[in-house]
Design a protein around this ligand. Sequence first.
Ligand SMILES: *[C@@H]1O[C@H](CO)[C@@H](O)[C@H](O)[C@H]1NC(C)=O
Ligand SMILES: *[C@@H]1O[C@H](CO)[C@@H](O)[C@H](O)[C@H]1NC(C)=O
Ligand SMILES: *[C@@H]1O[C@H](CO)[C@@H](O)[C@H](O)[C@H]1NC(C)=O
Ligand SMILES: *[C@@H]1O[C@H](CO)[C@@H](O)[C@H](O)[C@H]1NC(C)=O
Ligand SMILES: *[C@@H]1O[C@H](CO)[C@@H](O)[C@H](O)[C@H]1NC(C)=O
Ligand SMILES: *[C@@H]1O[C@H](CO)[C@@H](O)[C@H](O)[C@H]1NC(C)=O
Ligand SMILES: *[C@@H]1O[C@H](CO)[C@@H](O)[C@H](O)[C@H]1NC(C)=O
Length: 413
Amino acid sequence: MPNRQTWLWSDFVSLTVLYLGSVRCKEFYVQLGMTANLPCDNLSKVTEVEWMYGAQLIIRGNVKTGNTFREKLPVSSRARLIGGSLQIRNVESADSGHYTCKAKTKNEEHDLYVVTVSSSPSGPFLRSKKVDLRCQIGKSSKIKPKWLRPDETPVSEGDTHTLPSVDFSDEGKWVCQIADKNFSLNIAVLGILPGPNLTVNESDSVVLPCVLSNPVSKYAYQAFQLLEGGWAQISPKSDHLLSLRMEGSELYWNKTGVRKKELQFSSEKLGTNLSLMLKDVKMKHAGQYQCSLKFKDKGTLKFQVSLQVKGQPGGSAVVPGTHGNGSIKGLLFGLNLWLWVAIGVGSLVVISLIATVVCLYQRHKRMKKRRRQKRRSIRQPLTARDYCQCNRSSRGPPNGRQQETSYKKGHQC
Ligand SMILES: *[C@@H]1O[C@H](CO)[C@@H](O)[C@H](O)[C@H]1NC(C)=O
Ligand SMILES: *[C@@H]1O[C@H](CO)[C@@H](O)[C@H](O)[C@H]1NC(C)=O
Ligand SMILES: *[C@@H]1O[C@H](CO)[C@@H](O)[C@H](O)[C@H]1NC(C)=O
Ligand SMILES: *[C@@H]1O[C@H](CO)[C@@H](O)[C@H](O)[C@H]1NC(C)=O
Ligand SMILES: *[C@@H]1O[C@H](CO)[C@@H](O)[C@H](O)[C@H]1NC(C)=O
Ligand SMILES: *[C@@H]1O[C@H](CO)[C@@H](O)[C@H](O)[C@H]1NC(C)=O
Ligand SMILES: *[C@@H]1O[C@H](CO)[C@@H](O)[C@H](O)[C@H]1NC(C)=O
């Protein structure tokens, strides 16, 4: 009976392969949302295959006819048989676990790990924000993920890598390596490109630079929503210059109510260039300027540039409000100030001197007058007629008797 012998033979083979097969256990790392393929090979003599998740049946099928039966597990609806292999579409974290292919000839066992690569917050990022890169393995795995920078230099071992202040140099494809498999995460950074400080000659024009690394419209689908933004002078005085507005996903300047004649700006959609031209620059325009964009839930981008205005030949240079540095303007102003102080103090001294002198003079005069009056009032009773008589008698012809009386009376004086 060849038939029976074949069965026996196949049972023997299946038992031995079952034993060998159950020893082999492969690990599969698949990124969240991707498709997992768990193989079950060498089924040439077998038609019926069962796939188990742990101890639960997922799917059972006939390899030859393609008839399948699915259990009502979460994974079942996304599972199908290809030959004897199991394909799971759109894997979820909960799909991680132990899988077994059961066939008459053998059991084949696999561990599936669903890998989640993500960032917190989600990108794209505003420059200089803190960003955590995460590479999480679904079920407990002994393997530690490794992060590689876009230039392939390794940075850290472990599932989280932190960028304290994300920059343009961090842009690109980061790789999380698990068991020689690569899981990538693309990083995009929106920022304002750095630019130099400016010096301009008086009455020339100057472009205050503000250039975005990417047009905001590129991230419109990621809900980049402008709350406010534009140009302002921030020192030495604070002065709003020009506002941005968003129309659809594009940035424009808001022209409404802009009365400053020295500003020249585009009325087209801006793309990445938010630069502003100042025409006929005056000394008073020197200072610190800021271009900023505030996005809903994302944060604020800021760029500052300082503008120095050089005067006409022979004129004085104006250095913007540097901290306590003696600019020439400051120096001149300082000199002026000292001069004014000196003049003020000098005049005060002179005025008070004059006042004192006048006072003293007046007092002296008054005293003199009073003394004279006093002297006169004391002399009055003594002199009067007697003195005059005295005088008169003395003025009389010189004779012995009269002289005697004169002497007598004069003695009274
Ligand atoms: C399948 O069988 C072939 C020989 O028939 C063998 O070389 C191969 O290793 C087998 N594959 C597996 C996965 O068992
Ligand atoms: C994984 O990425 C590294 C660095 O980018 C590369 O050298 C390596 O070949 C990649 N490995 C695989 C399997 O793609
Ligand atoms: C521009 O000037 C400010 C101070 O006025 C300074 O902090 C900043 O570093 C300067 N930037 C460049 C690019 O030189
Ligand atoms: C400013 O003026 C000086 C001469 O007054 C000239 O040499 C210099 O090139 C000018 N700078 C700019 C930026 O025009
Ligand atoms: C433009 O500016 C005007 C005046 O400042 C303001 O009333 C208006 O709301 C702004 N428009 C937009 C779209 O921001
Ligand atoms: C940005 O626009 C200004 C004019 O507003 C222009 O002078 C400048 O060259 C532009 N910059 C770039 C990078 O396109
Ligand atoms: C003032 O600025 C000049 C360069 O412009 C610098 O050499 C000097 O050290 C500064 N002085 C102070 C007190 O900051």
